[in-house]
Design a binder for this molecule. Structure first.
Ligand code: AMP
Length: 548
């Protein structure tokens, strides 16, 4: 028997029309490329989004067309999220940190018909030297007065809006209609596209609002440092208006001092981003007498594991830290922080230990962990296996890429994350490693994440990464690549002493090598691929003489 309820297709634009009605005093504050700070309420933004939608239609954008964005976090980028999807087209976010070659590959793979680019990023489009889809129009996201001097044939964003009606009869279409496209950061092979629908995006926003009640509450201010150009800024452009929050958009300056000043001036309550960014803010806070910016109480960290020392430092400043874990292919969030009730019953040390995990499973995302043969393993918090996920916010295929699709799913249609994890009975997720980042020594796994987390707590280590080096007896051994914090070079003995409480002797690194910087991927994570390439000729100390 069927239920007898209405069916209304879920549409992204309904989030914004709701926010404009329910939270008219909230909106968006943007540090812009033009150098000013812009303020718009949700009703004002909705008016501009309507103008943009009319302007895009005038440009010839139709349902299903891909419109690319190459931009920092700002109100115009947010407007594009809603204006493009509102008319049934697809908002394709491009990552400015990608090399030109990959950017061209992505633009041509997606066949974008329009590219909207921030003023400060126009040089990246010039560098593509015309290797873009034929007939693609370029819109610079600024006003006439700030239009850049460029050899490219460009249109002006504000002129696209000028004179257009501030209201719109938003079209209806099936909720499974494509709305957003984001390519994975390309840590392995060519980037692969995740094509989000209206349905998956709205459900993701609802799941995340339900799962993060503390970080997302009306009247408060949220700072997405996580970029709108990658994984929808963890969905914040949808969750913040849905929850009635004002978004503070940082633009292109993401160093500790710029973030501190903006957060202080705008009284940001919650800030979301990857650990590398928070390391910069942490150093800045320490420089300014350990005083966090005014009103800053909540930090959501994800994208890679947050080191224990960083969590402890922010918690000591009175900032509540939560990890979120997810993937481009998952819209992206799959977990939330820990239960406040549980945290209340734990000691501070236990709380911080628990916060080094990835948090608890969100409603709507199913987990299973499996062994090498695909057999399910227990969710007992101890057994380790590869994590597979399933749900309305997870991709069912990659965009026009059969080969990658074939490799990504198991026979039952679950998506393989490549994350080696434990899952607790309460859905608590601990990521032990990326499958390919684990060090396998004598048939036993060593978690490079664990080693890195503990090593970064040492005062002489600013940043570090573990690589697996081939070993004739043990298969692989871990080596620690270290960026020193000052002039002192930590010795292997000192490192072992420092870490021996947490690790068995065989788990400790065999060597330390020093570097000035760690290579980063386009999304700010340490690129293990590049690091492995850099050290492909590396020989462990015990074999140096015999190979010399
Ligand atoms: P991306 O698709 O670029 O967002 O990368 C997704 C991958 O980042 C995941 O599969 C994890 O390996 C890693 N990741 C994301 N969040 C976390 C976290 N909180 N802890 C550890 N790894 C994470």
């Amino acid at each position: 028997m069927q239920g007898m309820m209405m069916h209304r297709d879920l549409r992204i634009i309904d989030i914004l029309t709701y926010a404009a009605e329910a939270f008219p005093d909230q909106g968006i504050v943007s540090a812009r490329d033009e150098g000013d700070v812009n303020r718009l309420s949700y009703p004002e933004i909705l008016g501009r989004v309507s103008q943009l939608a009319h302007g895009l239609k005038k440009l010839g954008v139709k349902e299903g067309d891909r419109v690319a964005t190459l931009a920092w976090n700002g109100h115009r980028h947010f407007e594009l999220y809603y204006g493009i999807s509102g008319i049934g087209a697809v908002c394709h976010t491009l990552n400015p940190r990608l090399p030109a070659e990959q950017m061209s590959y992505i633009l041509n793979h997606a066949q974008d018909s329009v590219l909207c680019v921030d003023l400060s990023l126009i040089g990246l489009v010039e560098a593509l030297k015309g290797d873009v889809p034929e007939g693609m129009k370029i819109v610079v996201m600024t006003d006439r007065a700030h239009m850049p001097d460029t050899s490219l044939d460009v249109l002006c964003y504000e002129e696209l809006l000028d004179g257009q009606p501030t209201d719109m009869d938003w079209p209806e279409f099936p909720e499974t209609t494509a709305a957003g496209l984001c390519y994975t950061s390309g840590t392995t092979g060519n980037p692969k596209g995740a094509l989000y629908s209206h349905r998956s995006t709205v459900l993701h926003a609802l799941y995340v609002v339900a799962g993060h009640p503390q970080s997302l509450s009306s009247g408060r201010r949220a700072l997405p440092v996580v970029p709108l150009f990658h994984v929808n800024a963890w969905g914040m452009p949808y969750t913040a208006p849905l929850a009635g929050m004002t978004m503070v958009m940082p633009g292109r300056f993401l160093d500790g001092a710029s973030l501190y000043d903006l957060m202080q001036a705008e009284e940001v309550y919650t800030a979301w981003g990857v650990p590398t960014v928070w390391a910069g803010l942490q150093a800045e806070i320490e420089k300014r007498g350990n005083k966090p910016p005014k009103g800053f109480e909540d930090l959501v960290v994800g994208g890679s594991a947050a080191p224990r020392a960083m969590i402890a430092a922010f918690e000591a400043m009175g900032v509540n830290v939560n990890q979120a874990w997810g993937m481009t292919e998952m819209s992206p969030i799959g977990t939330r922080g820990l239960l406040p009730e549980w945290l209340k019953s734990a000691s501070k040390d236990e709380q911080i230990d628990a916060k080094t995990g990835a948090g608890r499973r969100l409603f709507g995302v199913e987990f299973k962990i499996v062994d090498d043969d695909g057999n399910r393993l227990p969710h007992d918090g101890e057994t380790t296996g590869e994590l597979y996920v399933r749900g309305n916010t997870v991709i069912r295929a990659y965009f026009e890429n059969e080969e990658a699709t074939k490799a990504a799913f198991d026979a039952d249609g679950w998506f393989g994350t490549g994350d080696v994890s434990t899952v607790g009975e309460d859905g608590r997720l601990i990521i032990r490693d990326r499958a390919k980042d684990l060090v396998k020594s004598g048939g036993e796994w060593i978690s490079s994440i664990d080693l890195e987390n503990h090593a970064t707590a040492h005062p002489d280590i600013a940043a570090c990464a573990v690589i697996a080096v081939p070993h004739p007896k043990w298969d692989e051994r871990p080596v620690l690549v270290v960026v020193p914090a000052g002039d002192k070079r930590i010795t292997l003995d000192a490192l072992h002493d420092f870490m021996s409480d947490h690790f068995a002797k065989w788990q400790l690194p065999d060597d330390i090598v020093f570097v000035d910087d760690l290579p980063l991927t386009a999304t700010g994570k340490v690129s293990k691929l590049t690091l492995r390439e850099q050290f492909s000729d590396y020989v462990l100390p015990e074999f140096r003489e015999s190979t010399a």
